[in-house]
Write a new protein. Structure first.
Lengths: 512, 444
């Protein structure tokens, strides 16, 4: 099917140009046309198709052994049709014309199958049409780096941790490259590619006399980046610190449970932002679409522009443009441009926007979605997922030492540990990698066995200090889980260190 | 893409014939998954996805390189074989290298039914309609997911092993929320055989649990007597099973490590009533015939009458410690008793009936401290009767203490897990004392 509307300008953002794409462009257009023509000829009022390839690499080593080195590549497509107000979807790991024809038939069959339970027809807003390319800027392609170099790095990380106090250490490197072609019946044709990498390790120290053990996980985050990020992440030095700190945790003072002023490092706060703000403001959860699994939300549509989510210091923004972030991309999986996902979720403490995918905005009286769709494979149904969601730094100058100078009796939390939150995103409990005393405005001793617990809006309303942009740090994950069947999404969250007053801190060894 | 045994073997043979490595293993898995989600009496998303993956591991000079592809044409297979060999040559020698397995004797795991394997999405719409209709009858909003899958798994080695098995699956889970959006109930089931899935019962139980309009009561944090329905028991037992790894215990970094060195194998760690078994021939929760490395699953207890009898162990660690490799188990059976759920409730002076748990996570591996929340049907019990719906609570509970303090067990029944995840365990309702609720949650 020929594009129904004139294309927008072609966008490129990388000197690699089209060489960054592995799939044949003519084939992609042909396959997309087969799917979209088939859908239209059979009565679909809207259709889109995602075609792509995902390459992954995962290397894992433990102690003196490289346990596995896996490289994988998968290609496939997914076609989504809207027929008589019902969605139908089919995906397969094949890229040939007949598979696309069969796929359209099955998608239409699935749409007909759900007709009997579709009491309210699916309604879509009209998306703008784009013909575009987007290529993530990147230094060194991780898939071009020899396997031996990666194995050597892993074994060096482990050796470094063990030379500095760890008895055991495991380490891994992950890399993913997604190439996606999106086309829809409105005429959009969008070709994109991006790459992400994640270093990880865990150092373990054991006290043979007592039988106690302690771990310290890697604090270097996953990023939308190439191998140059891995090389520059200082992993050998970070592993040395981890070995020392795992050993030090064995002799650290236990946390005394109670209410404290807590300074949370961005290496920990990213996960709190993710769970309490990111997930609670997803409109599909609010509408009940995740009620059976991922959960609903304490945030309701009538709270838009009304809910006092946090203190005046709290401004949390969504974006798909931040360099190095894991959800950065030119267009989402509904074909909405990154600019649509540039909005405040919470502005000076007031709740301002939900995250939305195609077909959701009108359900709360709004006109357009805001670029928050993602499918974790071409073969899966796109759903509402987070763009990058970050806490804005303090516009006033505030260093880390300025921040803790205001704390008389507190605790500083570094690194993400165990995490859990209720299905409406209210009651949470988060652990950490390192806990330090703060006494009279200065950092004190290392503590062990800490975790903090809270209620979402109470916690964010206790935000009373924030560092400026000089202390900003971007963290994130490859694997945010949601939907049935579960889909995994990459997403980043940035923040500066932040101070929260009167937070309940537990001792996990004897208080719990 | 679902492959027969013959088709999978043909591909595996092609790979092995092309291999120039010292040794080679081939894993092929895939199938067709279909799912349908619904919310407030309307379909939200659905899909059918056909997938297959070929993984080749080449062994060269005590090094193993692996490469996977979703393409099965000759050119793609040849490229994947060559790439796996190229990777292997670049890697350091593995000091604990293990050669591929030779032929094995596997038990039969009865987990495939042709009729279930060939269901289409309209069958899932039928199941969803039962829930939606029951919700309309009872006056609650309904939400849920129905899924079917047919999957195959093949494993071949250059040492002469070829293993293949297949399974069919169906699951239905349903959440019912009252019209004020202030209370929630849930039920679900998973089966390998569609004719064993009772959609009417799932609809009835979820809607009955969700049909409470009274304001839920708040309970103060503290230690309570708790009746855990089988879904909740399963989740707790699954965390226990997950941590029963021999290497971590041998190295002193596990709850199952003995003070002074070694693992707690043979030690009575839990209540006499706790027995957890794995068996490919079990009629309720049959485990697969073989595990990830091609090692057979055998009928065995991991815990028997409170004694730790088995820890799972990779082939490399088994070789290093001169012991038996034991694959990780997804389908286990926790033995039950003969106390009905009603009798358990009748025996409680003040406590809580818990339907299921949510967002559980280990807080401390040393003590097996687990946190999480109750979800979708928490009820206050007073003087042997359920007296009110109760708001959800966060718990922080040591699993060792929990499973050492079992007061009663009900009959074991198969529990829910989403189709496509490899099966589901079976467990009983369980009455325990001193369950530690640490804080309140408004999340319903």
């Amino acid at each position: 099917m020929a594009p129904a509307a004139p294309p927008s300008t072609i966008e490129t953002s990388c000197p690699r140009g089209r060489s960054a794409f592995a799939l044949d462009r003519a084939l992609l257009y042909d396959l997309a046309d087969i799917a979209l023509t088939g859908a239209r000829q059979n009565g679909a009022s809207y259709a889109d198709v995602r075609i792509g390839e995902t390459r992954r690499e995962y290397a894992f080593a433990k102690d003196d052994r490289l346990e596995s080195f896996d490289e994988r590549a998968s290609q496939g497509f997914g076609v989504r049709v809207l027929l008589d107000g019902c969605w139908g979807f089919y995906g397969a790991r094949r890229l040939d014309p007949q598979s696309l024809r069969d796929g359209v038939e099955r998608a239409l069959e699935n749409a007909r199958a759900v007709k009997r339970i579709q009491t309210q027809p699916i309604a879509l807003e009209r998306l703008p049409v784009h013909e575009a390319e987007w290529i993530m800027p990147m230094g060194v392609d991780p898939f071009e780096v020899p396997a031996g170099e990666k194995a050597d790095l892993l074994l060096s990380i482990i050796a470094s941790a063990r030379d500095h106090g760890a008895d055991f250490c495991s380490a891994s490197l992950s890399a993913t490259c997604e190439e996606r072609f999106f086309a829809n019946s409105l005429g959009s044709r969008i070709h994109q590619t991006r790459t992400r990498v994640a270093p990880n390790f865990q150092a373990t120290a054991i006290d043979r006399a007592s039988g106690r053990f302690a771990t310290r996980d890697c604090l270097a985050p996953a990023r939308g980046a190439g191998w140059d990020y891995i090389v520059g992440a200082g992993l050998i030095e970070e592993a040395a610190r981890a070995g020392e700190e795992a050993r030090a945790k064995l002799g650290a003072k236990p946390v005394t449970p109670g209410d404290y002023d807590v300074v949370i490092d961005p290496t920990n706060l990213w996960l709190t932002i993710h769970e309490t703000v990111g997930h609670s403001t997803e409109l599909d959860r609010v509408l009940g679409w995740e009620a059976n699994f991922a959960g609903t939300s304490f945030v309701k549509p009538h709270m838009l522009n009304e809910l006092r989510f946090g203190s005046e210091l709290m401004t949390i923004v969504a974006d798909r443009a931040q360099p190095g972030a894991l959800a950065t991309i030119g267009f989402d999986d509904d074909g909405a441009p990154a600019e649509a996902a540039d909005f405040a979720i919470v502005e000076k403490g007031v709740f301002r926007n939900f995250q939305m995918a195609l077909g959701q905005a009108h359900l709360i009286g709004l006109s357009h979605s805001n670029g928050c769709a993602y499918a974790d494979s071409p073969t899966t149904f796109p759903i509402q997922r987070m763009p990058n969601i970050s806490l804005k730094p303090n516009p006033q100058k505030c260093s880390f030492s300025d921040l803790i100078s205001t704390v008389e009796n507190g605790i500083y939390v570094v690194g993400a540990g165990s995490w859990s939150i209720d299905q409406q995103r209210d009651n949470f409990q988060f652990g950490g990698q390192l806990f330090y005393e703060i006494k009279n405005g200065k950092l004190g001793d290392l503590l062990r066995d800490g975790a903090y617990q809270g209620r979402t809006t109470q916690f964010w309303n206790s935000l009373s200090g924030l560092c400026d942009a000089s202390a900003y740090h971007l963290d994130g994950t490859f694997t945010c889980g949601k939907a049935e069947p579960v889909q995994l999404a990459p997403v980043s969250h940035g923040s500066p260190p932040a101070l929260f007053r009167n937070v309940r801190v537990l001792n996990t060894s004897d208080d719990a | 893409m679902f492959l027969s045994s013959d088709d999978a073997k043909s591909i595996a043979d092609k790979v092995l014939a092309r291999s120039k490595a010292d040794a080679c293993t081939v894993q092929i898995h895939g199938g067709l998954d279909q799912s349908l989600r619904f919310a407030r009496a309307g379909a939200t998303t659905n899909l059918a996805t056909a997938e297959a993956n070929l993984r080749i591991s080449s062994h060269i000079g005590g090094r193993i390189g692996s490469c996977s592809t979703s393409r099965f044409d000759d050119k793609a297979v040849a490229a994947a074989v060559a790439r796996s060999e190229e990777i292997a040559r670049l890697l350091p020698v593995d000091p604990d290298y293990v050669a591929p397995l030779g032929p094995q004797n596997y038990g039969f795991s009865d987990r495939y039914d042709d009729a279930t394997a060939h269901l289409r999405l309209d069958a899932l719409a039928d199941a969803a309609a039962r829930v939606i209709e029951e919700g309309a009858r009872v006056g609650v909003d309904t939400f849920g997911c129905a899924t079917t899958a047919r999957r195959f798994n093949a494993y071949a080695t250059s040492a002469g092993l070829f293993a293949y098995e297949r399974r069919s699956e169906i699951d239905l889970s349903a959440t019912a929320r009252n019209r004020a959006d202030a209370w929630s109930g849930w039920a679900g089931a998973h089966q390998f055989f569609a004719d064993r899935l009772d959609a009417e019962r799932i609809a009835r139980v979820a809607c009955a649990k969700g049909a409470h309009n009274a304001t839920p009561v708040d309970l103060e944090p503290g230690a309570y007597t708790v009746v855990l329905e089988p879904e909740a028991t399963t989740e707790l037992a699954f965390w226990l099973i997950r941590t029963m790894e021999a290497r971590a215990a041998d190295e002193g970094r596990s709850f199952f490590a003995r003070s002074g060195g070694g693992a707690r194998l043979g030690e009575k760690v839990f209540d006499e009533q706790l027995t957890i078994r794995v068996d490919p021939a079990d009629p309720l929760a049959p485990e697969a015939a073989f595990g990830f490395e091609g090692v057979p699953h055998r009928a065995r207890a991991f815990v028997e009458n409170g004694v730790v009898t088995t820890l799972y162990r990779s082939r490399a660690w088994a070789q290093k410690t001169e012991s038996e490799p034991i694959p990780f188990a997804q389908n286990f059976v926790m033995s039950g008793g003969d106390v009905s759920l009603d009798d358990m409730v009748r025996s409680v002076r003040r406590g809580v009936l818990v339907t299921r748990l949510w967002y559980t996570n280990i807080v401390d591996r040393q003590s097996l401290l687990l946190t999480g929340l109750t979800r979708d049907g928490n009820f206050l019990i007073e003087n042997g009767r359920i007296v009110a719906p109760m708001r959800n609570m966060r718990f922080n509970q040591r699993l060792g203490e929990l499973f050492s303090n079992i007061k009663a067990l009900g009959p074991t029944r198969r529990t829910w897990r989403a189709a496509g995840e490899g099966g589901a365990p079976a467990a009983p309702a369980m009455l325990v004392e001193g369950f530690n609720f640490s804080s309140k949650s408004s999340g319903i």
